[in-house]
Design a protein around this ligand. Sequence first.
Ligand SMILES: Cc1cc2nc3c(=O)[nH]c(=O)nc-3n(C[C@H](O)[C@H](O)[C@H](O)COP(=O)(O)OP(=O)(O)OC[C@H]3O[C@@H](n4cnc5c(N)ncnc54)[C@H](O)[C@@H]3O)c2cc1C
Length: 477
Amino acid sequence: MLYKVRDEVTKDYDLVVIGSGLAGMTAANILGRHGYSVLLLESHNKLGGFATWFFREDRKHVFDISLHGFPVGMIKTCRKYWSKEIADSIVQLKDVRFVNPQFTVQTDFTKEHYTQVLVEKFEVRRQTVDAFFDYLAGMNFYDNSQLTNRELFEKFFPGRNDVVRFLMEPITYANGSTLDDPAITYGIVFSNFMSKGVYTFRGGTDVLIGKMKDELLRNDVDIKLQAKVEKIQVDGGKATGVRVNGKLIRARAVLSNSNIRSTVLNLVGEDFFPEDFVQKTKAVRLNSSSCQVYLGLRAGATIPYIGELVFTSSYPVYDPERLLDLKVNSRTFSVYYPHESRPLEPDARVAIVSSTNCRYDDWKNLSPEAYEEEKVLMIEETIKGLEAFIPDIRMKLEVIEAATPLTVERYTLHPKGSSFGTKFEGLEVSMNLHKTIPGLFHAGSVGIIMSGWLGAANYGAIAANSIEGYLETGASP
Ligand SMILES: Cc1cc2nc3c(=O)[nH]c(=O)nc-3n(C[C@H](O)[C@H](O)[C@H](O)COP(=O)(O)OP(=O)(O)OC[C@H]3O[C@@H](n4cnc5c(N)ncnc54)[C@H](O)[C@@H]3O)c2cc1C
């Protein structure tokens, strides 16, 4: 059932899920389907977390926030844990472009085409490229190698900043990775993408989340929106429920899809954990945040085909730190051609979403006036950047808006507007949570590997498996 905002929850549940990101929803769906009583609580007024969208001008314009591309694995994940109907709407993006001072490349983002480009355009020896891909394929999460991305690239492509840009820049956009992050995170995420290219959900995020909501309700998952969990209840060392508006909702297990640091330090509280666990949690670094500019075209306005995902930059070299600058000169355009992205909506309009990675503090520290000025500047620079591809774009625009890390923080409750969870060390804290407080589980963007649509949904499935074990035996797996 879907609770109304004013309804009170009076029954107890097997599981309460805090947050309806892809991880929280996937776990809720699996356990609901397996016959457990599940309550999904979401502080926002809609499901989805970062998998979200917004309408403008009486729904004439729709903007997808995080539907830019995910690996092919999402098809299997959706078929297994959601429905065939959802899985069948996932389609490949065939045209990914890079335009920067070092190179211009058009690709389908597959290993085969990347290999061809690296050999023919970048003139890297075929054996080196093959050895690089073989090395990535052989990387194992449990190896615990200390190798960084910088060292990985130096090992295979010494002194080749252009090659590193080609291999790394899209992953930096996808999950905020830098050259100092562990190479294992790059290896896993890049290999996932390279296996068959980049995919999207045809129909838009609103349609996807609508279908997921229907599926949750079909599986008897109870849902309450605008329900912000204030505290996780811990009695006798075990999680026993959550508090919403001061009222206790009892559950045999709790899954938090909230940020891992907030879960440990705020929702539970330091006093309930051993000191070393608290210290490990405090040492978890948050990932960077995002800025976006949303451009909606007038009814009937068309644009030339410029690709579906365009990584553009006027910066001379690849430098992940510069990608975060306030005065950014690198951005990714996601272009939503309505006949492709929303084929069932005859009146759908062209939408373009420009994304840049950025630092929360750069925006947070601005005065209100400076903040507004920076937003205007960011919009202007984005439109100018787009004019290089579509010279008359300005005349065609009807909706122009921008979001900053402060917007991200406000809508998702992620500290510092972190778009991609935490750095690698967050994974250990997340995975050990239920071993520290039995009955309390975490799933959601952590550790780079578990972020993104596929990472989050798969982590939800992994957590569901552990929770089921706990509910069956009463012991933490
Ligand atoms: C701008 C941007 C672009 C992106 N682009 C892509 C992309 O192209 N491809 C891709 O794969 N990934 C992309 N991502 C990342 C991807 O969207 C996320 O990694 C993924 O959706 C996160 O899912 P999650 O399960 O971690 O939960 P989240 O999406 O973080 O959702 C958590 C939910 O929990 C709720 N919540 C938190 N605390 C509480 C509380 N106390 N009580 C109740 N509810 C609470 C929040 O309101 C939120 O709805 C992008 C992210 C951003 C920000």
